[in-house]
Design a protein around this ligand. Structure first.
Ligand code: PLP
Length: 384
């Protein structure tokens, strides 16, 4: 049902553009809400996956919070209607100005990644006459089975506080007057489909809970981050990940103490499948061993294949001729500007509409103007 694109209408829109299936987004949010509510889990949407205003507003309408990694994301979330107490601010390098944005708006929590950052938040909070709620982002040293650029929970990554530094950090928390310790935060990586990684995270959290109990410190919030993967190979068969199974793991394996809340920060799994990058074929050029289908979208519109060697399913929506193989490339002056090599497509020609699927997360938001190209537009299923 979700793979039915309104072709007659889409053909009229100037390419390239992102097409968002708002029904799929709504259904995904509905399932997330239902499954999380079973256990009283709290969800924050990781705004960095897609900060498109209509998408933020839709997500907010489901009572989900916002997880931000910059001052501008904090502002965008507030502008889209997220209540300030449901906005959290994470990130390894928060600038003073960004911290002040958070403080002035009384956001729910800062996820803190180092002692120097804690001291600056305390100092700025004091200046502004505030007490900042803080959670400590702990590097759990759990290996997520995913691309090495998107694992974040290992000791070699720049993220989080090392477990062996916790003692020092908690001493500092106790000493500082303008920060209030609210909880602990973890995020082990992205596009994780091996759910065992999340079980391991639960085990590590349980061990840490004992450490905090011995210290008589109480993390009220246990934030286990995001990272749930989606099916890039089969977006039609699996339009959403198995949220039921995902949340159940945390319910089964986390050992919670009285009064604790579990928070999640889901990004990709919320928005990825609802987005498609649409482009048209400009030329088909004969290469030595291949045909090049040169499309009018490039790595400036969707950088994931060039940046992470990411796979996106590519479809020709307007041809049903006999199949052939094509290297689908963009117009940008970089060899990495390639969406897929030896892609099987029906015989493709100038003007065919090409869909690059599963592009709702880390797509439009990562678009840039390299080669002085225009930023891609967005088209929504309920407005077309
Ligand atoms: C990126 C990020 C997320 C979201 O990750 P997804 O894989 O998109 O779910 C959540 N929390 C933090 C701290 C992040 O950096």
């Amino acid at each position: 049902m979700y793979n039915q694109f309104p072709l007659a209408k889409l053909k009229e829109v100037e390419t390239p553009f992102y097409y968002y299936n708002m029904q799929l987004l709504e259904d995904t949010l509905g399932v997330i809400k239902t499954e999380a509510d079973k256990y009283g889990f709290h969800i924050h949407y990781a705004v960095k996956a897609n900060a498109n205003k209509r998408i933020l507003e839709k997500i907010n309408s489901f009572g989900i919070g916002a997880d931000c990694v910059s001052g501008n994301e904090v502002s965008a979330s507030l502008n889209a209607g997220f209540p300030a107490d449901k906005v959290v601010f994470a990130g390894v390098g928060k600038a003073d100005k960004e911290i002040i944005t958070g403080l002035e708006n009384n956001i729910g929590c800062f996820n803190v990644e180092s002692i120097p950052e804690l001291e600056i938040i305390n100092e700025l909070a004091e200046k502004h006459g505030k007490v900042a709620n803080v959670a400590l982002r702990i590097n759990p040293n759990v290996k997520a089975n995913t691309h090495h650029y998107i694992t974040t929970g290992l000791e070699e990554n720049k993220f989080g506080i090392y477990i062996w530094d916790l003692e020092k950090v908690m001493d500092k928390v106790d000493e500082l007057k303008n920060v209030s310790f609210e909880g602990i935060h973890f995020h082990i990586g992205s596009q994780i489909n091996d759910l065992d990684s999340f079980k391991q995270l639960c085990t590590r959290v349980n061990e840490l809970q004992e450490w905090f109990a011995e210290r008589r410190a109480f993390p009220r919030i246990i934030n286990v981050g995001g990272g749930l993967g989606i099916d890039y190979e089969k977006p039609d068969e699996n339009p959403m990940p198995n949220f039921e199974k995902f949340f159940k793991i945390f319910s089964d394996f986390l050992e919670l103490k009285e009064g604790q809340e579990v928070h999640f920060e889901l990004g990709r799994s919320v928005v990825c499948q609802c987005g498609t990058l649409m482009s048209k074929v400009l030329y088909v050029k004969e290469g030595v061993n291949t045909h090049f289908a040169i499309v009018d979208a490039g790595m400036s519109d969707l950088i994931r294949p060039a940046l992470y060697q990411a796979y996106h399913k590519i479809e020709n929506l307007t041809s049903s001729l006999e199949e052939d193989k094509y290297d689908v490339v963009g117009p940008i002056c970089e060899s990495s500007d390639c969406f897929g090599k030896a892609v099987t497509l029906p015989k493709t020609g100038r003007g065919d509409l090409i869909a690059i699927r599963s592009a709702g997360a880390y797509g439009e938001i990562m678009a840039n103007q390299y080669n002085l190209r225009a930023l891609p537009k967005a088209v929504y299923s309920d407005e077309i």
